[in-house]
Design a protein around this ligand. Sequence first.
Ligand code: CUA
Length: 160
Amino acid sequence: MHRLEKMWLTFGVAMLAVFLIVLGIGVFANGAQPPTTHAHGGHEKPAPELAEETAPFDKPGLHKIGDNEYKLVMVAIAFAYKPLEDKIVIPAGATVHFEVTSTDVVHGLQIPGTNVNMMAVPGETTNFTFTFKKPGEYLVLCNEYCGNGHEMMWTTITVA
Ligand code: CUA
């Protein structure tokens, strides 16, 4: 083997080792948990699991806020979306302001066939505005892998 080639090969392997060691230390130092799951600490915001006790997430569902204008509050929770029981029925042509959060891990909220595509992040509010012009049944699904029930995490919105 050429001397220079051997030198670079050694250098490459060494860098890989350093990278793996740094990654390993990082994982163990954080207890292999994403930082969002830590309930302690002096955050000003309420803990994600308390989101449902805090407005607007204490009242998930559709709220009329104006002429043909609605606020749709949704809480993503492994593996469903709140409101659970109440069917979401939106009048055709209405503008909907989504307010979305998660109480556990990062979830997605996508409505295929539209440009509605949000992330539901624990402790944060995601806002998106969409006007439902076409009547029909819209599928709402989670597009962030969130655990072994991910595939079953979906709901529907009816536009009538
Ligand atoms: Cu929630 Cu995937």
